[in-house]
Design a protein around this ligand. Structure first.
Ligand code: ZN
Ligand code: FE
Length: 258
């Protein structure tokens, strides 16, 4: 059950990035996941009356870290990122590997190595908030491009996330959902849930409403990158009975060319 103490604010940044400000409603202290730019994050903190104490970084790409230097209380901030990426991230207070725990805002945060988009990409799971922060690994209706890792690495990363409870809220780093839906529809899977979600995403974007976070259950039902072992999708791709990794690789290749 989500914590009554933690509140998560989705903060649009740059063209299509998201940062997430997590506030502890008792202590009024806050953490932010990724820092595309400081301005909108500072505005969100001010609107809530929260003091930033902690920064969680999912991966080294500029659109997830470049605003860090402009955050308030920079000297006293706790900065958390992947050990594997410590050499190319801003100075880290805590450098973590896969499956480690750290206490943030009085709650346990668990790390997952979710390499694929980059090698050393990390996701942060907060069970008390039913929330995972996936950066550019699992995304709404999609997954990140494989700039550094292999399809096998990304598939393995997605399996780790998909083992979490269905009600887990997936906070990913970009608003790419409309394009991802258009792509998913080209695969031709007979999937009523996908048709329903496509309509919901179109309606949300027409109003300018973020489609992030989504629930893991929604992603399992509609995101083709989590459905490489789904018989109707395999059938639509002419890959009945194929190895899930081969199907995932085919979908990822098609998405690159979409
Ligand atoms: Zn990235
Ligand atoms: Fe990104």
């Amino acid at each position: 059950m989500p914590s009554a103490v933690l509140e998560i604010v989705t903060v649009p940044c740059l063209e299509d990035n998201y940062a997430f400000v997590i506030g502890n409603l008792e202590s009024k202290e806050a953490a932010v996941v990724d820092v595309p730019e400081a301005g909108p994050i500072k505005a969100a903190l001010k609107a809530k009356g929260w003091t930033l104490t902690t920064v969680l970084l999912t991966h080294h790409h500029w659109d997830h870290v470049d605003g860090l230097a402009d955050l308030p209380n920079l000297e006293s901030l706790v900065v958390v990122g992947a050990q594997a990426d410590a050499h190319r991230l801003p100075d880290l207070t805590f450098a973590l590997g896969n499956d480690q725990s750290i206490s943030i805002l009085g709650h346990s945060v668990q790390t997952f190595d979710v390499s694929g988009h980059t090698v050393g990409h990390i996701a942060f799971y907060i069970p008390a908030a039913d929330a995972i922060f996936t950066g550019d690994s699992l995304m709404a209706m999609g997954c990140g491009r494989l700039f550094e890792g292999t399809p096998a690495q990304m598939w393995d990363s997605l399996q780790k996330i998909s083992a979490l409870p269905g009600e887990t809220l997936v906070h990913s780093g970009h608003e790419y959902t409309a394009t991802n839906v258009q792509f998913a529809l080209t695969l031709g899977e007979d999937n009523p849930d996908l048709a329903k979600r496509a309509a919901a995403v179109t309606a949300a974007r027409a109003k300018g409403t973020p489609t992030v976070p989504s629930t893991l259950a929604e992603e399992m039902a509609t995101n083709p990158f989590l459905r490489a072992d789904s018989p109707p999708l395999q059938s639509a791709l002419g890959m009945d009975g194929a190895d899930a990794l081969a199907v995932f690789t085919e979908i990822r290749t098609r998405r690159n060319n979409f």
